[in-house]
Design a protein around this ligand. Structure first.
Ligand code: 4JN
Length: 447
């Protein structure tokens, strides 16, 4: 859709200029491909969701943080073949800097922890809600942005940290009316895979890349998985060992495979014991097939899934004890999760748990004559000071329009300023629920 008539000039740094006489066809009114607008109704649902994110974070005494959506590209450059780095929304800015729209929040959190360094007293319990980006071919028609809630605990090496994060996730689901019969949380530990790889003398350097490939096990044919693992010099007998380990469904089986001294077994047993203490054991399943697709996980990994298995993972996370040191910082234990804003809404729709969120207006205030506009403004201010949500009609409107307007807003009251009433110090009020009308004083309005 170009300009209709007129001149379009483009200069290097101002972008497209049009002369004022140019008649233009409608500009594209849609947001960029793969992105969303949030008109009022959608924004109310998003605000409702984020309010629950924030209230759960507050209950767990986490502090909110935030960082730029734009980061240096180097923060996300990893060599483990993750989809998240292959779809980086990266570019060179006008200063020639390599930058990227963040695909996740954890690297920014790690950067902030390293930036603050010794001024921080560990452990940190931080949370953030931020928009994350990916650039993928629109052929897949998938979104390019979503909002993610993250909670992270920095400085605790024990699985008590994971237990606290899992408790926050369960608390969140419970607040929304979701139960353990709707959602389960698969728990595993990358030390399982580490132990199996060690038996086949696979070098540690391949560990992250192997995890990224193994994470795709349920999405790709086995032959593809075998090819990708073979490319990492993982011999086919090791592949059988890996795949066999991933089918384990109980800690006893895991102990049989790894032995009673296994660190993974000990951590998992401790985590399940803590879950018992919190009272959310029935949400958890040990499932060795959970690997997660991020390269930097080193220990516990988990993901919440809908037990009807209709939806993608609802949220996920794990321990990432090496991330800060890969950025050149001191070794610092850390774990966290990411919770996206899309699948949870699909789940709420599936379970008929979507909230009814109206635009709540208490009073509509209208001056029936122009010379009463200032008094109407005073009445509105008075009501607002008392905490009432007031829609002050800003133009001279006929009553017919105003009644329609109060219906559209589902307002509770209509407050009219008419000359005769105002001269004797009263206002005409119509209760839009009982339909009663009365003349009252300003003070009566607030009783
Ligand atoms: N990492 C990432 C970013 C954006 C979307 Br949509 N999904 C995943």
């Amino acid at each position: 859709r170009g300009m209709v008539g007129g001149r379009v000039t483009t200069t290097a740094n101002e972008g497209i200029q049009t002369d004022s006489t140019t008649l233009t066809s409608l500009i594209s009114v849609d947001p960029p491909r793969g992105t969303r607008d949030f008109p009022p109704e959608d924004m109310r649902l998003r605000s409702w969701l984020f309010q629950h994110f924030r209230e759960v974070s507050r209950l767990f005494a986490f502090e909110e943080i935030d960082f730029p959506v734009l980061e240096s590209e180097e923060l996300f450059v990893r060599k483990a073949g993750e989809e998240i780095t292959q779809q980086l929304y990266n570019f060179e800015d006008k200063g020639g800097r390599r930058v990227a729209l963040r695909p996740e929040l954890t690297p920014s959190l790690a950067r902030l922890v390293l930036q603050k360094g010794k001024s921080l007293s560990l452990p940190l319990k931080w949370f953030a809600i931020g928009q994350c980006w990916r650039y993928e071919r629109m052929t897949r028609g998938r979104r390019r942005e979503h909002y993610q809630w993250n909670m992270d605990i920095i400085g605790i090496s024990g699985v008590e940290a994971e237990a606290e994060l899992l408790s926050a996730i369960v608390t969140f689901f419970t607040r929304l009316g979701i139960t353990a019969s709707d959602v389960g949380i698969k728990i595993s530990n990358r030390k399982v895979l580490q132990a199996v790889l060690a038996r086949y003398s696979i070098p540690d350097e391949s560990f992250a890349a192997v995890c990224v490939i193994v994470d795709k096990i349920e999405k790709l044919p086995r032959s593809e998985i075998e090819n990708e693992l073979a490319a990492l010099q993982v011999p086919s007998d090791a592949i059988d060992g890996i795949l066999q380990a991933l089918t384990l469904k109980s800690l006893d089986d895991l102990e049989d495979l790894l032995g009673a001294e296994s660190g993974a077994v000990a951590e998992l047993k401790q985590l399940f014991a803590l879950a018992d203490g919190y009272g959310f054991s029935d949400w958890l399943n040990f499932d060795a097939s959970v690997v997660r697709g991020l390269a930097y996980y080193t220990g516990t990994v988990f993901e919440a899934f809908d037990r009807e298995r209709k939806l993608r993972a609802i949220c996920g996370g794990g321990r990432y004890d090496q991330l800060l040191s890969t950025y050149g910082g001191a070794d610092t234990p850390a774990c966290g999760f990411g919770f996206g804003d899309a699948v949870i809404i699909e789940l709420l729709k599936e379970r008929k748990l979507m909230p009814e969120l109206g635009h709540v207006v208490d009073d509509v205030v209208l001056a029936l004559e122009d010379h009463l506009k200032a008094p109407a403004a005073m009445v509105a201010a008075h009501l607002r000071n008392a905490g009432r949500v007031v829609d002050l009609v800003l133009e001279t409107k006929r009553l017919k329009w105003v009644f329609k307007h109060t219906e559209r807003l589902h307002a509770k009251r209509l407050v009219l300023l008419g000359a005769t009433e105002w001269n004797r110090g009263t206002l005409r009020v119509k209760d839009l629920i009982t339909r009663e009308e009365s003349d009252v004083t300003l003070d009566d309005l607030l009783t």
